[in-house]
Write a protein that binds this ligand. Structure first.
Ligand SMILES: Nc1ncnc2c1ncn2[C@@H]1O[C@H](COP(=O)(O)OP(=O)(O)OP(=O)(O)O)[C@@H](O)[C@H]1O
Ligand SMILES: O=C(O)[C@@H](O)C(=O)CO
Length: 420
């Protein structure tokens, strides 16, 4: 069976989020980590495949090359439409690659226009008059202004995109979206005739996103966050009952956290407050050559095997700034990713079978270290945070890749006790 829709996500947790959205819309969905090649196998009978790249913070030419490879691979699997998934908080500086990647996908598809909407209402992201809100705050007033890699200090999506493309950028406002599918289609045509290539659309609710999805079903390239992907997924006609879910394997449970988002810090605090074993990694010590991994594994060996453990590098904005000032942003990130990737491999070797990873970059480091290339997407523990099922050299693994900002404050404790 061939794919109905393909998706390119610019990071791993974003890939998980959008894959969960397609699954909610009734599509059997695979998630592939990293650029696929001739040896990449999909689970049987998938309607949708999401290729999760690590291109969010890479230079535009690299992100373009990887995205075009993914688009060509998705076409070979039959996907007529390709969705470009970026962050619902539009993580991207003026040198960012959202504009260049979308332009390249459009050029390759011979398409003249695309629609962008990063709204994700279940997670409090809405777009109004082209401005992105996080809950009740403009993006630029939200904690995202302190993001370690992509600090967001503007909320105007038309302006953010216009800085990244030489093509014209336009807006379909909420009043038009509320008038329904035909009104949006007509607005897309009007924009295209006026020479606009990137159209930002407002959306406040899932209903708005369903309208946008139905209106853009025929566009070869559509872009945004998980909400619009779900809108598109619902617009595809149903194919039949969902296949049975795999069962979480028996074994130890662990959380590895590298995300420094406000929500991840709350989840860490909740885990600690529940009296569960937690270990903070000393990134500066690791940078000076101390065997922080060995110390963490010795600590793990002493914990009660019936309890989930948490190992985290995550730091408050102040601590993070101090580490980055000493090591540089890139070196600090590389240290953390090396530490958490290596730990993931050792923990799975030592019997961890349910692994929750917090942070997009961190998830990329962990799946790469584990050699996991494709998973089947299962049930969500929280919106945008599903369990996925993978095989590793050490056996089956239930893997949950959590976007930094996602999940309720009790996600770590709840997901790991429920899946037991
Ligand atoms: N103690 C620390 N010192 C310096 N850098 C850190 C520290 N802890 C984490 N980091 C870095 O912060 C970054 C966090 O990014 P990551 O993508 O993992 O989380 P996030 O941005 O919150 O999640 P998402 O991308 O899903 O929104 C990583 O590059 C990580 O290496
Ligand atoms: O859209 C979001 O906010 C998330 O899926 C994400 O991209 C996490 O990195």
């Amino acid at each position: 069976m061939s794919l109905r829709i393909g998706c390119i996500a610019d990071d791993f947790t974003g890939g998980t989020d959008v894959a969960a959205a397609f699954r909610r819309a009734g599509l059997r969905t695979a998630l592939v980590f990293g650029a696929p090649d001739g040896t990449t196998a999909l689970p049987a009978d998938c309607d949708a495949a999401v290729i999760a790249l690590k291109s969010r913070s890479t230079p535009a030419d690299e992100a373009v090359a990887d995205s075009l490879t993914a688009q060509r691979w998705l076409w070979t699997k039959g996907a007529a439409q390709v969705y470009f998934k970026y962050c619902s908080t539009f993580d991207s500086t003026p040198q960012g690659n959202i504009g260049p990647v979308t332009d390249a996908l459009l050029d390759a598809a011979g398409a003249g226009v695309t629609l962008h909407c990063p709204a994700s209402p279940p997670n409090g992201r809405t777009v109004y008059q082209g401005h992105l809100f996080v809950q009740d705050q403009l993006l630029s007033d939200s904690p995202l202004r302190h993001h370690p890699l992509n600090p967001m200090t503007d909320s105007a999506l038309v302006r953010l995109l216009a800085a990244q493309t030489r093509h014209r950028v336009g807006l379909i406002d909420w009043a038009t979206v509320r008038r329904g599918v035909e009104a949006v289609r007509a607005a897309v045509v009007r924009h295209q005739q006026a020479g606009v290539r990137h159209i930002v659309a407002d959306a406040l609710t899932d209903d708005d996103l369903a309208v946008l999805g139905a209106a853009t079903l025929e566009l070869p390239v559509v872009a945004g966050a998980a909400g619009l992907a779900e809108g598109l997924g619902h617009a595809y006609p149903a194919t039949g009952p969902a296949a049975a879910e795999p069962k979480p394997p028996e074994g130890r449970a662990a959380v590895l956290a590298g995300s420094c988002s406000a929500r991840t810090l709350e989840q860490i605090a909740q885990f600690y407050a529940a009296g569960l074993p937690s270990l903070h990694l000393d990134v500066l010590a690791a940078a000076t050559g101390r065997d922080v991994t060995g110390e963490a594994l010795a600590w793990y060996a002493q914990q009660d095997p019936d309890l989930p453990v948490l190992v985290y590098a995550s730091a408050s904005p102040e601590e993070l700034a101090a580490v980055q000032a000493q090591l540089g942003v890139a070196e600090a990130a590389a240290q953390v990713e090396e530490l958490l990737g290596t730990l993931a491999s050792h923990l799975v070797e030592r019997g961890v079978r349910r692994l929750l990873v917090a942070g997009g970059e961190t998830s990329g480091a962990v799946t790469t270290a584990l050699g996991v290339r494709a998973v089947l997407v299962g049930e969500e523990a929280d919106p945008g945070v599903p369990w996925t099922y993978a095989s590793t050299a050490n056996g089956d693994l239930a893997l949950m890749l959590k976007s930094g900002n996602f999940g309720a404050p009790d996600l770590f404790t709840r997901a790991l006790s429920e899946a037991k």
